[in-house]
Design a binder for this molecule. Sequence first.
Ligand SMILES: Nc1ncnc2c1ncn2[C@@H]1O[C@H](COP(=O)(O)OP(=O)(O)OP(=O)(O)O)[C@@H](O)[C@H]1O
Length: 231
Amino acid sequence: MLSVRRVSMTYRKASGPVFDEVDFTVPEGHLVPLLGANGAGKTTLLRVLCGLVVPTTGTVLVAGRDVVRRPAAARAHLGVSLYPERSFYFRLTCAQNLRYYASLRSLFGARAKSEVAEVLDRVGLAEQADTPFMRLSLGQRKRLGLARALLGRPSLLLLDEPTANLDSANVARFHAILAGHAAQGGSALFSTHSEEDLATATERPLRIEAGRVVPVPALPSPGPATLQEAR
Ligand SMILES: Nc1ncnc2c1ncn2[C@@H]1O[C@H](COP(=O)(O)OP(=O)(O)OP(=O)(O)O)[C@@H](O)[C@H]1O
Protein backbone atom coordinates (compact mmCIF):
# COMPACT_ATOMS: atom_id res chain seq x y z
CA MET A 1 0.00 0.00 0.00
CA LEU A 2 2.77 2.44 1.01
CA SER A 3 6.26 1.87 -0.27
CA VAL A 4 9.13 4.17 0.73
CA ARG A 5 12.43 3.68 -1.05
CA ARG A 6 15.70 5.47 -0.20
CA VAL A 7 13.88 8.63 0.79
CA SER A 8 15.94 11.52 2.19
CA MET A 9 14.90 15.00 3.24
CA THR A 10 17.18 17.95 3.81
CA TYR A 11 15.66 21.38 4.48
CA ARG A 12 18.98 23.22 4.62
CA LYS A 13 22.35 21.74 3.72
CA ALA A 14 23.92 23.36 6.78
CA SER A 15 21.61 21.49 9.17
CA GLY A 16 21.98 18.11 7.41
CA PRO A 17 19.25 15.62 6.50
CA VAL A 18 16.23 15.14 8.75
CA PHE A 19 16.28 11.55 7.50
CA ASP A 20 18.59 9.84 5.07
CA GLU A 21 17.74 7.07 2.58
CA VAL A 22 14.97 5.51 4.62
CA ASP A 23 13.16 2.39 3.42
CA PHE A 24 9.98 0.86 4.76
CA THR A 25 6.54 -0.34 3.70
CA VAL A 26 3.09 -0.28 5.20
CA PRO A 27 1.19 -3.27 3.81
CA GLU A 28 -2.49 -3.34 2.98
CA GLY A 29 -4.71 -3.74 6.05
CA HIS A 30 -2.02 -2.71 8.53
CA LEU A 31 -1.85 0.01 11.17
CA VAL A 32 1.60 1.34 11.99
CA PRO A 33 2.38 3.88 14.72
CA LEU A 34 5.35 6.18 14.08
CA LEU A 35 7.36 7.06 17.17
CA GLY A 36 10.15 9.54 17.72
CA ALA A 37 11.25 12.36 19.99
CA ASN A 38 10.20 15.97 19.40
CA GLY A 39 12.00 17.21 16.30
CA ALA A 40 12.98 13.70 15.14
CA GLY A 41 11.19 14.23 11.81
CA LYS A 42 7.78 12.56 12.07
CA THR A 43 5.84 15.49 10.63
CA THR A 44 8.43 16.01 7.92
CA LEU A 45 8.20 12.35 6.94
CA LEU A 46 4.38 12.47 6.78
CA ARG A 47 4.57 15.64 4.67
CA VAL A 48 6.92 13.88 2.25
CA LEU A 49 4.75 10.75 2.14
CA CYS A 50 1.64 12.68 1.15
CA GLY A 51 3.47 14.74 -1.47
CA LEU A 52 3.32 18.11 0.31
CA VAL A 53 7.10 18.26 0.37
CA VAL A 54 9.28 16.84 -2.40
CA PRO A 55 12.01 14.60 -0.94
CA THR A 56 15.64 15.35 -1.64
CA THR A 57 16.07 11.77 -2.89
CA GLY A 58 14.01 8.62 -3.22
CA THR A 59 10.55 7.46 -4.16
CA VAL A 60 7.23 7.21 -2.34
CA LEU A 61 4.57 4.96 -3.86
CA VAL A 62 0.97 4.95 -2.65
CA ALA A 63 -0.97 2.03 -4.11
CA GLY A 64 1.79 1.88 -6.73
CA ARG A 65 1.46 5.59 -7.66
CA ASP A 66 4.46 7.88 -7.25
CA VAL A 67 3.38 10.82 -5.04
CA VAL A 68 5.70 13.24 -6.86
CA ARG A 69 5.20 12.13 -10.46
CA ARG A 70 1.51 11.18 -10.22
CA PRO A 71 0.22 13.28 -7.30
CA ALA A 72 -3.46 13.21 -8.26
CA ALA A 73 -3.48 9.45 -8.74
CA ALA A 74 -1.66 8.91 -5.43
CA ARG A 75 -3.85 11.34 -3.49
CA ALA A 76 -7.00 9.55 -4.62
CA HIS A 77 -5.90 6.75 -2.27
CA LEU A 78 -4.79 9.03 0.56
CA GLY A 79 -6.52 10.50 3.58
CA VAL A 80 -4.30 12.98 5.40
CA SER A 81 -4.54 14.91 8.64
CA LEU A 82 -1.61 17.12 9.57
CA TYR A 83 -2.43 20.57 11.02
CA PRO A 84 -6.21 20.96 11.11
CA GLU A 85 -6.00 24.56 12.31
CA ARG A 86 -3.99 25.59 9.26
CA SER A 87 -6.14 24.04 6.58
CA PHE A 88 -9.76 24.80 7.47
CA TYR A 89 -11.66 28.00 6.77
CA PHE A 90 -12.16 29.60 10.17
CA ARG A 91 -15.54 31.22 9.42
CA LEU A 92 -17.08 28.23 7.66
CA THR A 93 -18.89 25.56 9.65
CA CYS A 94 -17.63 22.02 10.04
CA ALA A 95 -20.09 20.77 7.42
CA GLN A 96 -19.26 23.60 5.00
CA ASN A 97 -15.54 22.94 5.34
CA LEU A 98 -16.02 19.23 4.70
CA ARG A 99 -18.34 19.90 1.75
CA TYR A 100 -15.55 21.96 0.23
CA TYR A 101 -13.02 19.15 0.71
CA ALA A 102 -15.56 16.60 -0.53
CA SER A 103 -15.80 18.59 -3.77
CA LEU A 104 -12.03 18.22 -4.20
CA ARG A 105 -12.65 14.48 -4.13
CA SER A 106 -15.37 14.88 -6.76
CA LEU A 107 -18.14 14.33 -4.23
CA PHE A 108 -21.04 16.68 -4.87
CA GLY A 109 -24.73 17.11 -4.08
CA ALA A 110 -26.63 14.53 -2.06
CA ARG A 111 -23.68 12.13 -2.03
CA ALA A 112 -21.38 14.77 -0.54
CA LYS A 113 -24.04 15.74 1.99
CA SER A 114 -24.53 12.18 3.23
CA GLU A 115 -20.79 11.43 3.23
CA VAL A 116 -20.08 14.60 5.25
CA ALA A 117 -22.84 13.74 7.73
CA GLU A 118 -21.46 10.23 8.05
CA VAL A 119 -17.84 11.23 8.75
CA LEU A 120 -18.95 13.92 11.21
CA ASP A 121 -20.97 11.28 13.02
CA ARG A 122 -18.06 8.82 13.01
CA VAL A 123 -15.77 11.31 14.75
CA GLY A 124 -18.48 12.45 17.17
CA LEU A 125 -19.00 15.91 15.68
CA ALA A 126 -22.56 15.51 14.37
CA GLU A 127 -23.81 18.13 16.83
CA GLN A 128 -21.11 20.58 15.70
CA ALA A 129 -21.98 20.29 11.99
CA ASP A 130 -23.17 23.91 11.91
CA THR A 131 -20.52 25.30 14.25
CA PRO A 132 -17.90 27.57 12.65
CA PHE A 133 -14.42 26.06 12.74
CA MET A 134 -13.09 28.96 14.81
CA ARG A 135 -15.38 28.01 17.70
CA LEU A 136 -14.11 24.43 17.95
CA SER A 137 -11.83 23.26 20.75
CA LEU A 138 -8.41 21.82 19.90
CA GLY A 139 -9.67 18.26 20.29
CA GLN A 140 -12.68 19.00 18.08
CA ARG A 141 -10.38 20.50 15.44
CA LYS A 142 -8.27 17.36 15.54
CA ARG A 143 -11.39 15.24 15.05
CA LEU A 144 -12.54 17.41 12.15
CA GLY A 145 -9.13 16.77 10.58
CA LEU A 146 -9.73 13.05 10.94
CA ALA A 147 -13.22 13.41 9.46
CA ARG A 148 -11.73 15.10 6.42
CA ALA A 149 -9.12 12.34 6.09
CA LEU A 150 -11.93 9.76 6.07
CA LEU A 151 -13.88 11.48 3.28
CA GLY A 152 -14.12 9.30 0.20
CA ARG A 153 -12.93 6.20 2.11
CA PRO A 154 -9.25 6.39 1.12
CA SER A 155 -7.22 3.22 1.50
CA LEU A 156 -4.22 4.81 3.25
CA LEU A 157 -4.46 7.21 6.19
CA LEU A 158 -1.46 9.40 7.08
CA LEU A 159 -2.14 11.10 10.39
CA ASP A 160 0.04 13.40 12.48
CA GLU A 161 -0.59 12.89 16.20
CA PRO A 162 -4.28 12.05 15.71
CA THR A 163 -4.83 11.50 19.45
CA ALA A 164 -3.18 14.72 20.63
CA ASN A 165 -5.75 16.81 22.55
CA LEU A 166 -8.32 14.00 22.59
CA ASP A 167 -10.07 12.89 25.78
CA SER A 168 -10.09 9.18 26.60
CA ALA A 169 -13.53 8.54 25.06
CA ASN A 170 -12.38 10.09 21.81
CA VAL A 171 -9.08 8.20 21.87
CA ALA A 172 -11.15 5.00 22.13
CA ARG A 173 -13.37 6.22 19.29
CA PHE A 174 -10.29 6.86 17.15
CA HIS A 175 -8.93 3.38 17.86
CA ALA A 176 -12.28 1.88 16.82
CA ILE A 177 -12.24 3.92 13.59
CA LEU A 178 -8.74 2.65 12.83
CA ALA A 179 -9.72 -0.95 13.55
CA GLY A 180 -12.73 -0.65 11.23
CA HIS A 181 -10.53 0.90 8.54
CA ALA A 182 -8.04 -1.99 8.77
CA ALA A 183 -10.83 -4.58 8.80
CA GLN A 184 -11.86 -3.26 5.39
CA GLY A 185 -8.31 -3.62 4.06
CA GLY A 186 -7.24 -0.03 4.76
CA SER A 187 -3.83 0.95 6.11
CA ALA A 188 -2.58 3.75 8.31
CA LEU A 189 0.68 5.31 9.40
CA PHE A 190 0.24 7.72 12.28
CA SER A 191 2.66 9.56 14.52
CA THR A 192 2.11 9.44 18.24
CA HIS A 193 3.66 10.12 21.62
CA SER A 194 0.95 8.14 23.38
CA GLU A 195 1.59 4.63 24.64
CA GLU A 196 -2.14 3.87 24.45
CA ASP A 197 -1.97 4.14 20.66
CA LEU A 198 0.56 1.31 20.40
CA ALA A 199 -2.22 -1.14 21.21
CA THR A 200 -3.70 -0.46 17.76
CA ALA A 201 -0.54 -1.58 15.93
CA THR A 202 -0.92 -4.56 13.63
CA GLU A 203 2.72 -4.30 12.50
CA ARG A 204 5.77 -3.38 14.52
CA PRO A 205 5.73 0.37 15.16
CA LEU A 206 8.37 2.43 13.41
CA ARG A 207 10.70 4.79 15.20
CA ILE A 208 12.46 7.74 13.60
CA GLU A 209 15.73 8.56 15.24
CA ALA A 210 18.99 10.14 14.12
CA GLY A 211 17.88 10.22 10.49
CA ARG A 212 16.83 6.55 10.34
CA VAL A 213 13.43 4.88 10.36
CA VAL A 214 13.57 1.52 12.07
CA PRO A 215 11.01 -0.95 13.38
CA VAL A 216 10.96 -1.02 17.17
CA PRO A 217 12.57 -4.24 18.44
CA ALA A 218 9.30 -5.90 19.43
CA LEU A 219 5.63 -5.03 19.40
CA PRO A 220 5.37 -3.50 22.85
CA SER A 221 2.44 -4.15 25.10
CA PRO A 222 1.19 -0.75 26.29
CA GLY A 223 2.97 0.45 29.38
CA PRO A 224 5.24 3.36 30.26
CA ALA A 225 8.36 1.22 30.72
CA THR A 226 7.84 -0.57 27.41
CA LEU A 227 7.21 2.66 25.55
CA GLN A 228 10.36 4.11 27.03
CA GLU A 229 12.25 1.17 25.51
CA ALA A 230 10.46 1.58 22.19
CA ARG A 231 11.57 5.21 22.02
N1 LIG B 1 9.91 24.03 7.10
C1 LIG B 1 11.06 23.70 7.73
N2 LIG B 1 12.23 24.29 7.40
C2 LIG B 1 13.38 23.95 8.02
N3 LIG B 1 13.48 23.02 8.99
C3 LIG B 1 12.35 22.41 9.35
C4 LIG B 1 11.08 22.70 8.76
N4 LIG B 1 10.12 21.92 9.34
C5 LIG B 1 10.77 21.17 10.26
N5 LIG B 1 12.09 21.46 10.27
C6 LIG B 1 13.12 20.81 11.11
O1 LIG B 1 13.10 19.42 10.81
C7 LIG B 1 13.30 18.66 12.00
C8 LIG B 1 12.15 17.67 12.18
O2 LIG B 1 10.97 18.40 12.50
P1 LIG B 1 9.53 17.70 12.55
O3 LIG B 1 8.52 18.76 12.79
O4 LIG B 1 9.39 16.86 11.35
O5 LIG B 1 9.70 16.76 13.85
P2 LIG B 1 8.61 15.92 14.66
O6 LIG B 1 9.21 14.58 14.90
O7 LIG B 1 7.30 15.95 13.95
O8 LIG B 1 8.51 16.72 16.03
P3 LIG B 1 7.29 16.83 17.11
O9 LIG B 1 7.20 15.51 17.84
O10 LIG B 1 7.79 17.93 18.01
O11 LIG B 1 6.04 17.21 16.36
C9 LIG B 1 13.44 19.66 13.15
O12 LIG B 1 14.82 19.87 13.38
C10 LIG B 1 12.80 20.91 12.59
O13 LIG B 1 13.39 22.07 13.14
